[in-house]
Design a protein around this ligand. Structure first.
Ligand code: ZN
Length: 280
C-alpha cells in the first residue's frame, strides 16, 4: 500500500495578479471555482488569501466567509486553511477571519525578509494569533521560514499555546529568505522529528525549484504543496493554465515515489482534524 500524501493547493497569493498569468483567481467566485477544479484533480487542502484588487467595499473577513461557504458547498470534506500572513492586514487584523472557524490557519512563528518587505511577526502577535486559533478550534499550520521557527513552534506547543500534534510547513525558495537547499531541508525534517516525533509536515517550494522540493518531500514521507501562489509555471517555459494543472502535476509525481494523493478524509485523519468541517 502506498502512503498517502496530502496535496495542498495555494490558489491565490497576496501579491498583485502576475502580469503574465491571468489564471490566478481573485474574486471569491473565481476562487471557489478554481478550488473546485483543484479538488477534483486531487488536492485535499486549500490555502486561501483573499484579495481586493477591484477595491470593492467587501471586507476581507466577508470575502473569507464567501470563499469558505462556497468551498464547503462544492468540495465536500476539503480542508480549508486561511492565510494570516501577507496582506491579510497589519497586526491583529490578520486574525479577524479566525472567528469563521476555518479548519486551519497559517501561523508564521518568526519574522523574515520577503522579496520587497519584512514579514513581521512579533512574539506578541504570534501568541495572540495562536490564542485566537485555540479559541476558535482552528489548527495552525506553522510556517517555518528558518530553523528557529521550528523551535519556536515546539516551544509554543510545550507552553500549551498550540495544541498538538504540530503541523509544520517548511517554506523554501522565497527571495531573501531560505533558498531550496537539500542539507537544510534534511536538517528541518530531522529536527522536527527529534523535537516533535508526532508532528506532520509539508514542503512548500516557491518559484522555479518548486517541483524539486515536492520531490524531496514525497521521498522523505512528507506532504506537498503547489498552486499559483507559489509558482505560475508548469515547467521552465510553460505558464500553468490553472491551479488544477499544477495539482495534476503533483498527482503524477506521487506515483514516482510510491505515494498517492490523500483523500480529504485521509488528510483529516493524518492531521487529526475532525472528520467534517466545523460549523460556525
Ligand atoms: Zn500564502
Amino acid at each position: 500500500m502506498s502512503a498517502p500524501s496530502i496535496i495542498t493547493v495555494a490558489i491565490t497569493g497576496s501579491l498583485p495578479r502576475k502580469k503574465d498569468n491571468a489564471a490566478v483567481p481573485i474574486t471569491p467566485a473565481e476562487q471557489v471555482e478554481s478550488t473546485h477544479e483543484a479538488f477534483e484533480a486531487g488536492a485535499a487542502l486549500v490555502h486561501v488569501h483573499v484579495r481586493n484588487d477591484d477595491e470593492s467595499p467587501t471586507s476581507a473577513p466577508e470575502r473569507f466567509a464567501q470563499v469558505l461557504e462556497g468551498i464547503r458547498r462544492h468540495c465536500p470534506g476539503m480542508i480549508v486553511q486561511v492565510s494570516t500572513g501577507g496582506r491579510s492586514g497589519t497586526g491583529r487584523e490578520r486574525g479577524e477571519m479566525l472567528s469563521l472557524r476555518p479548519d486551519m490557519a497559517s501561523l508564521a512563528t518568526g519574522s523574515v525578509n520577503f522579496p520587497n518587505r519584512v514579514y513581521e511577526n512579533s512574539p506578541e502577535l504570534i501568541e495572540w494569533l495562536a490564542g485566537e486559533m485555540r479559541r476558535y478550534g482552528v489548527k495552525p499550520e506553522v510556517e517555518a521560514f528558518d530553523l528557529s521557527m521550528i523551535f519556536k513552534a515546539v516551544a509554543l506547543h510545550q507552553a500549551g499555546l498550540i495544541e498538538g500534534p504540530l503541523h509544520v510547513q517548511f517554506v523554501m525558495g522565497v527571495k531573501n529568505a531560505m533558498p531550496i537547499d537539500r542539507e537544510v531541508f534534511d536538517t528541518y525534517v530531522k529536527t522536527l522529528h527529534r523535537l516533535a516525533p508526532d508532528a506532520t509536515w509539508t514542503g512548500a517550494g516557491i518559484g522555479a525549484g518548486q517541483l524539486t522540493l515536492a520531490r524531496w518531500s514525497l521521498e522523505a514521507g512528507g506532504h506537498c504543496r503547489t498552486g499559483l501562489e507559489d509558482n505560475v509555471r508548469l515547467d521552465r517555459d510553460t505558464l500553468a493554465p490553472s491551479n488544477a494543472a499544477l495539482v495534476k502535476q503533483l498527482v503524477a509525481l506521487c506515483g514516482e515515489y510510491g505515494r498517492r494523493p490523500a483523500t480529504p478524509a485521509e488528510a483529516r485523519a493524518l492531521l487529526k482534524l475532525p472528520a467534517t468541517a466545523a460549523r460556525s
